[in-house]
Design a binder for this molecule. Structure first.
Ligand code: CP
Length: 334
């Protein structure tokens, strides 16, 4: 494996190999596997889980990491091409990334969607442009339209919970005060489809995922024997569901228009996930969310504090799968 930019770039066998390695590393420590290796972590946007789990992953494998947050103790970096740099940014990623890459063995980059131009964000051009500037393996720590570390951890969580390979996963839009990126829903709908699941995207009409996101998921489902559909009917979506994955995301219809999106959300107060959403689900159905989550806005305390919630274990799985990714990228022992 030369890079980890999207789960969609991996064959099913490669995903299975990473999951098996993650299980091996969880069971048996390999504290010298990446001795002497250094991971650079470039965070244009905030994080709790990704930052801490990537650093912990390198440390547990005997390597080390350098964290840079542009504009916060590091020069503010320009990412756009062809601009006159007379603003806040003192340095361009065209210099900064190759320089940083000369100090490290692999580079992780987090750069969220711009949230203004839907086509540009779906294309992920800004992130992929930065990845191409690095002559070392790059890990996507969440870009405009993908979050493969989250998706791989979620696949492991579904396996750990015993959710059937062809079971039903409902990815539900949820209430939120702000427009959020499409990266996690895009990654999750693809992951579940690639796992072979019957995936239902439950959302209000104005929040239907972009066609490009749904097409990628349908293509993955065709290869895996899964199925992808969408609806705004909660009872229909959740009937017999094995997992309910909550997440808020921006309306593609109102992309970049915060006022129009706020107006669309005003009618959607009932989209706070609560225990009664599970009424028609499988008895053992579990709740997943990538975190961070706003309690009693996205999902109630009653769900998060119940045995249905798998969110903490889900976040812990980020560590094991990222250790596996780093192990493969940096040549850890087979
Ligand atoms: N789920 C996730 O990526 O969490 P952070 O934004 O805290 O890294």
């Amino acid at each position: 494996m030369k890079r980890f930019l999207s789960l969609a770039e991996l064959e099913r066998d490669e995903v299975r190999d990473l999951l098996a390695l993650a299980a091996r590393l969880a069971a048996h420590a390999e504290p010298s596997a990446l001795a002497g290796k250094i991971l650079g972590l470039l965070f244009f946007d905030p994080s709790l889980r990704t930052l801490a789990s990537m650093q912990a992953a390198m440390a547990r494998l005997g390597g080390s990491s350098i964290v840079l947050a542009p504009g916060r103790g590091t020069w503010q970096l320009e990412t756009r091409d062809g601009v006159v740099m007379d603003g806040a940014a003192a340095e361009h990623v065209r210099e900064a990334i190759p320089v940083l890459a000369g100090y490290v063995d692999a580079l992780g980059i987090r750069a969220f969607a711009g949230g203004v131009d839907l086509a540009a964000d779906l294309d992920d051009a800004s992130f992929r442009g930065m990845a191409e500037l690095a002559p070392v393996p790059v890990v996507n720590l969440e870009s405009a339209i993908d979050h493969p570390c989250q998706a791989l951890g979620d696949w492991k969580t579904l396996d750990d919970l015993g959710v059937p390979a062809h079971g039903r996963l409902v990815l539900s839009w949820a209430n939120h005060p702000k427009p959020l990126p499409l990266a996690v829903p895009a990654a999750v709908v693809h992951m579940a489809a690639a796992r072979g699941m019957e995936v239902v995207v439950l959302r209000p009409d104005a929040f239907a995922l972009p066609e490009a996101v749904m097409r990628r998921a349908r293509d993955a489902a065709q290869r895996s024997g899964g199925r992808v559909s969408e609806t705004d009917d909660r009872a229909e979506a959740l009937a017999g569901a094995h997992a309910l994955y909550g997440k808020s995301w921006s309306s593609p219809l109102h992309y970049g228009d915060a006022a129009a999106e706020a107006e669309a959300r005003r009618q959607l107060g009932e989209w706070t996930i609560d225990l009664d959403w599970f009424a028609g689900a499988a008895p053992e159905a579990r709740f997943l969310h990538c975190l961070p989550v706003r309690r009693n806005v996205v999902v109630t305390d009653a769900v998060l504090d119940s045995p249905r919630s798998a969110v903490v274990g889900q976040a812990h799985n980020r560590l094991w799968v990222q250790m596996a990714v780093l192990h493969r990228l940096l040549g850890g022992p087979r």
